[in-house]
Design a protein around this ligand. Structure first.
Ligand SMILES: [Zn+2]
Ligand SMILES: [Zn+2]
Length: 352
């Protein structure tokens, strides 16, 4: 597949220390000098309160999605499947390119039209509001696999996948969460406006509009439209995102750093539009590609970001110099790292 050349910003080794993730000056100091303080929390995880309404809602939603899939699989029009796939892709890109790579990691800058597109696409995914998503993810990166990690993968597949949404957060998540710099999000008028009207936007763009288009533009029956777009597509969108926190923190190789749990998982990269290169991502979280290898086919988020960069709506896309990636892989990887033959895509950050 042809790779596009995009204008990128090369990050130096000293920059890297400053940009482990999007952290405040104090956070950076703390991370460089002490990292996680290693205090063993006195609060046993068994005491975390279960949120029964979430347990019931999430369980019923999944049961309903299986029921809908089995009952309406053959009566749904192929046009509705195509539309559901598109809506799923739009929501997926909103999570990966929007909430994750733009709002959480600030791995590139976006002009207003792209900011609007990212926030709109994110709304289609039907997840939590942006400030909650960003705080959860920043604290996840900074305190991975500790009690302060909202979806600590050391607590098993189920907890890191969905169980963490069925319980009150561990007190360490709140305590350490307060050390995360959220000033960029709190001062972003677009995010604030979106958060203020979040419920309305979520209902409209995640459920109502996709179903109405299916019924009135594609002539689909109401039941089939609701089943495929508002139930099955929504549940798949959620599970594909959750798989990054669970599957990609449990199974896969560790070419860049074998000392951490996040791993490279190609299946997650397919369903989560390029977010499965998770060992790389936790080492270089500010790289807008969230991956070194894979090309556009296994990283469709990067394809879209490069397209937006080509028209100037995305700019200052950050990537590390190739020798830094190689150095990290040689020093700390599990030996599975292989240098990719040079392509236009890998050449970008060498020449920019
Ligand atoms: Zn992770
Ligand atoms: Zn991340």
């Amino acid at each position: 597949m042809v790779q596009m050349a995009t204008k990128t910003t090369t990050i130096t080794e000293s920059d890297m220390l400053q940009q482990e993730t999007y952290l405040s000056k104090d956070d950076q100091k703390e991370q460089v000098t002490t990292d996680y303080d290693g205090e063993k929390s006195q609060f046993p995880v068994s005491k975390q309160e279960i949120i029964w309404t979430n347990v019931v809602f999430i369980t019923l939603l999944h049961v309903l999605s299986v029921y809908c899939f089995c009952n309406y699989f053959f009566s749904t029009k192929w046009q509705t499947y195509v539309w559901s796939f598109l809506v799923g892709g739009i929501g997926g890109f909103g999570v990966t390119g929007g909430a994750h790579r733009y709002f959480t990691h600030r791995s590139f800058k976006a002009k207003l039209p792209l900011q609007l597109i990212l926030i709109l696409c994110y709304t289609v995914s039907g997840q939590n509001n942006i400030p909650d998503w960003v705080r959860d993810h920043r604290v996840h990166h900074k305190f991975s696999e500790t009690d302060a990690d909202p979806h600590n993968a050391n607590r098993g597949f189920f907890f890191s996948h969905v169980g963490w949404l069925m319980q009150r957060k561990h007190p360490e998540v709140y305590r350490k969460g307060k050390t995360i710099d959220m000033s960029d999000i709190n001062n972003d008028p677009l995010v604030q406006f979106h958060t203020k009207h979040f419920f309305l936007f979520k209902m409209l763009f995640c459920f109502i509009i996709p179903v109405l288009i299916s019924v009135y533009a594609l002539n689909e029956n109401w039941v089939e439209a609701i089943s495929s777009l508002a139930v099955v597509r929504y549940v798949l969108n959620l599970n594909f995102t959750w798989s990054v926190n669970s599957v990609a923190h449990i199974w896969g190789s560790k070419p860049y750093d074998k000392r951490i749990q996040p791993a490279q998982n190609v299946v997650v990269s397919i369903v989560a539009m390029g977010e499965g290169w998770h060992n790389y991502h936790h080492v270089f979280p500010w790289d807008y590609r969230a991956a070194e290898l894979g090309g556009y086919l296994l990283n469709t988020t990067t394809l879209w970001l490069d397209l937006f960069a080509a028209i100037g709506w995305a700019y200052d896309l950050k990537t590390p110099p190739k020798h830094l990636v190689q150095q990290r892989a040689v020093n700390h990887g599990d030996g599975s790292w292989r240098q990719e033959p040079e392509t236009a895509h890998t050449r970008d950050y060498k020449t920019s």
